[in-house]
Ligand binder design. Structure first.
Ligand code: FIX
Ligand code: ZN
Length: 435
C-alpha cells in the first residue's frame, strides 16, 4: 500500500481529465486501507488457530478441490498424509506438473511474488525455510500493510469449545481482529447443538418454547458482551425459506433477531450453500445452489428494525439481491462470496451493483482462512475494481458531471470502510477487538 503521493493533493477538488481517471482510481484504491468484513482468520495470539505459511496456503480447500480433479489420489489416502506431504503433492500436481491458471492457484503465485519468493520453485524446501524464519506477529503486520487492510472481522463460534478455550488462554488480543458471532450450529443444527448451550448453563430444550428462546437471547447477549461482535452471522442453505413454520424460523424470529435489535447489531445472512455434497473432500466438499430470495424480502419487510447484511453464493441470485436492496434500506449486499469470487464474476457482480445501487454496498470480503490470502484477494480486488470504477466515472463525466479526486476518495472510502462502519456502530472498526 502506498502513502498518498503529494502530486495528487492539488487535484483534490479540480475536475479530472478522463485520461487521468484510471491512474487516480488505482492510486486511491491503493492508498485507502480496507476493512475486511468476513474472514476465518485469527490473531497470532491464538497460535493454534492461526493458519499461515506455505503448507497452510497449499492445503487450502479451494486447492484441494482442484487437486482431487487433477490427481489420482483418493481423498482417504490424501487425508492420511501429514500436512507437509499434502502440500508437496498439491504443489507438484497444480504448480509444477500444470500451469497455475485457476483463481486459487494464481493466488498462491501472487502471494509468493508479493513476498519476494520464487513462484516457480521446483520444490517447497526453500519456501519453507523462509516462512520458518518469520516471526508471526511481525509477519501479520507486514501482510496487513502489504494487503492494504486496517482490520478484519473473524468468524467466532460460541459453541466451538476449542476456540473458546483458546480465547480463555490468550494472554493478549489484537485490535485489528474483530469478532462476529457465528450461529450456524444454533440456527442450522439446533437439535444437535442446543446441548452445547445447556452445557454452558442455559436452560434450553430441543423444542424451543418461550423459556428456551429467552435463554438463547441471554446466551447471545452474554457472548456479545464478551466478544463485542461487529455482527451476528449465519450461512444458510439454498433451500432456506422464510416465512416458514420450522425450528430455524422460530429461533431466528424468537431470539436471534430480537437479540440483534437489543444489541444494535446487524445479522449477516450468507445464503445458498449446499454443505457436504461430497463429504470425502471435507471442507472442499461443499457446493452451492440458487436460493429463493423472497425469504430475504420477507425478513426485511417483517423486521424493519433489523439490519440484514446479505451475501449470496450462486451467480443466479446476484441480480435479484440487488433489486431487493433497492426495495429495502435495511438490506446491505456484501462481498462476492466463495464460488463467485473469481475475477470474471466479481467484475460482473460489482458492475451490476454499481449500476443498480450506486455505492451503497460492500464490494468484497476475502473469506481468508490463511493469513497470506489477504495479499492476493485484496490485490485482485483492487485490480478488478480499478477499471470498473474508472469507467463509471468516465461515463458520468461524459454525461456532463465532472469528477474530482475528492469524489473518488469519498466513494472508495464508503465502499470499503464507512458502509460497514455505519452498519456496525457498536465500536470503532480500528479500535479494541475481541476479548
Ligand atoms: O460459510 C462460510 O463462511 C464459508 O465462507 C466457508 O464455509 C467456506 O469453507 C469458505 O472458506 C469459503 O471461502
Ligand atoms: Zn466464510
Amino acid at each position: 500500500m502506498t502513502s498518498e503521493p503529494a502530486a495528487l493533493e492539488p487535484l483534490a477538488g479540480r475536475p479530472l481529465a478522463p485520461a487521468h481517471l484510471d491512474a487516480l482510481v488505482a492510486e486511491v484504491l491503493a492508498c485507502t486501507p480496507f476493512v475486511d468484513v468476513h474472514t476465518h482468520l485469527f490473531p497470532s495470539t491464538l497460535r493454534s488457530f492461526s493458519l499461515w505459511g506455505i503448507d497452510d496456503l497449499l492445503t487450502y480447500h479451494y486447492l484441494e478441490a482442484e487437486l482431487f480433479r487433477a490427481s489420482s489420489i483418493r481423498p482417504q489416502a490424501y487425508w492420511a498424509l501429514a500436512k507437509p506431504e499434502r502440500a508437496d503433492l498439491v504443489w507438484r500436481t497444480l504448480f509444477v506438473d500444470r500451469t497455475p491458471l485457476s483463481e486459487a492457484t494464481r493466488g498462491v503465485v501472487s502471494v509468493l511474488h508479493m513476498l519476494g519468493l520464487d513462484p516457480a520453485s521446483a520444490c517447497l524446501a526453500p519456501l519453507r525455510d523462509v516462512f520458518r524464519g518469520l516471526s508471526l506477529p511481525d509477519h501479520v503486520d507486514h501482510v496487513f500493510r502489504l494487503a492494504g487492510i486496517s482490520s478484519v472481522v473473524m468468524t467466532n463460534d460460541p459453541l466451538d469449545g476449542a476456540e473458546m478455550a483458546a480465547w480463555d488462554r490468550a494472554r493478549d488480543t489484537d485490535a485489528r481482529f474483530h469478532a462476529a458471532l457465528r450461529l450456524d450450529r444454533i440456527l442450522n443444527e439446533w437439535e444437535t447443538h442446543h446441548a452445547g448451550l445447556a452445557a454452558q448453563g442455559y436452560a434450553v430444550t430441543a423444542d424451543p418454547g418461550p423459556a428456551t428462546l429467552a435463554e438463547l437471547r441471554r446466551f447471545l447477549t452474554t457472548w456479545s458482551q464478551r466478544f463485542a461482535p461487529r455482527y451476528m452471522a449465519v450461512s444458510l442453505p439454498d433451500t432456506f425459506e422464510f416465512p416458514r413454520e420450522d425450528l430455524r424460523s422460530r429461533l431466528l424470529t424468537g431470539a436471534v433477531l430480537p437479540a440483534c435489535r437489543d444489541l444494535d447489531l446487524p445479522i449477516a445472512l450468507m445464503i445458498g450453500v449446499r454443505r457436504q455434497v461430497n463429504p470425502a473432500l471435507q471442507l472442499a466438499g461443499d457446493a452451492c445452489g440458487q436460493a429463493d430470495l423472497r425469504a430475504v424480502g420477507a425478513l426485511c419487510a417483517q423486521f424493519p428494525e433489523n439490519r440484514f447484511m446479505v451475501s449470496v453464493l450462486s451467480r443466479e441470485n446476484q441480480h435479484e439481491l440487488c433489486v431487493y436492496a433497492r426495495k429495502f434500506g435495511n438490506l446491505l449486499p456484501f462481498g462476492c462470496w466463495w464460488f463467485v469470487s473469481s475475477a470474471s464474476l466479481v467484475e460482473e457482480i460489482t458492475t451490476e451493483r454499481l449500476e443498480l445501487l450506486g455505492t451503497s454496498f460492500i464490494p468484497q470480503h476475502s473469506d481468508a482462512r490463511v493469513l497470506e490470502h489477504l495479499l492476493y484477494k485484496w490485490r485482485d480486488t483492487r485490480t478488478i475494481l480499478t477499471p470498473i470504477l474508472a469507467n463509471a466515472y468516465k461515463r458520468v463525466a461524459a454525461n456532463g458531471r465532472p469528477i474530482t479526486r475528492d469524489d473518488i476518495v469519498r466513494d472508495v472510502t464508503r465502499l470499503f470502510r464507512t458502509n460497514f462502519e455505519q452498519w456496525t456502530p457498536a465500536a470503532p472498526v480500528d479500535g479494541p477487538g475481541a476479548p
